[in-house]
Write a protein that binds this ligand. Sequence first.
Ligand SMILES: Nc1ncnc2c1ncn2[C@@H]1O[C@H](COP(=O)(O)OP(=O)(O)O)[C@@H](O)[C@H]1O
Ligand SMILES: [Mg+2]
Length: 256
Amino acid sequence: MAATNPVLEVTNLSISFGGLRAVDDFSVTINEGELYGLIGPNGAGKTTAFNLLTGVYKPNEGIIRLCGEDITGRSTIDINKAGIARTFQNIRLFKDLSVLDNVKAGLHNIYTYSTMSSILRLPKYYKVEKEMTAKAMELLKVFDLDSSASLKASQLPYGKQRKLEIARALATNPKLLLLDEPAAGMNPNETKELMDTISFIRKEFKMTILLIEHDMKLVSGICERLTVLNFGRILAEGSTSEVLNNPDVITAYLGE
Ligand SMILES: Nc1ncnc2c1ncn2[C@@H]1O[C@H](COP(=O)(O)OP(=O)(O)O)[C@@H](O)[C@H]1O
Ligand SMILES: [Mg+2]
């Protein structure tokens, strides 16, 4: 069997808002190249778990390790630099920037030139800009957005805006990609296409992905392992088939 390298190791993560334990003793290990599903009904604590992983909230308890490095309590910017990128449940794009510039904004994490070379338009500035444009176009192609590169992000249809958000997150060259209900608001055709794209980028970029979904059917098709959250706590975890046959999960989902 191939060696497994944990990319994300979360142990006993918890946060309370007032008396509500929104995430309660959450642990998970995600290995390199894995597409892992985090599912649960609305209000289960899925987005809060992402907010903890990305430094939006500091946990009351628990440890988060990325590729062995303890990143618990770091700022959102530091965590992004360390290698976690995310998309949001409600799309957050630079709506007035072009599709191309949205992806280039993500690339600024990797490519740098000094403010001086940009103000003075030194050769280094043009060289880096050219490289960034080429890299961004390459990414847009993966998402079939290259022909829309010069449109404003707000001019794209909803399903394509969702894809653009993923392309921008990928541009930061993350070690771990967090997707928060990427299919929310999509029609069945767009959803199917998106799930295919997610499987593709996982293979093509050897990306490690943690995918939040409330629709069990959607994740069970593409994830090998799942964790089910309910009222902030882990209700079940394991291989997709183990989880789907877990009586607690069946009861919780039938009870919805
Ligand atoms: N900043 C906050 N302040 C107070 N309560 C919050 C905050 N963020 C989330 N919650 C609560 O935590 C619970 C889990 O929310 P959330 O993580 O958004 O669930 P999910 O993404 O699984 O639908 C909900 O009851 C929500 O109202
Ligand atoms: Mg949510």
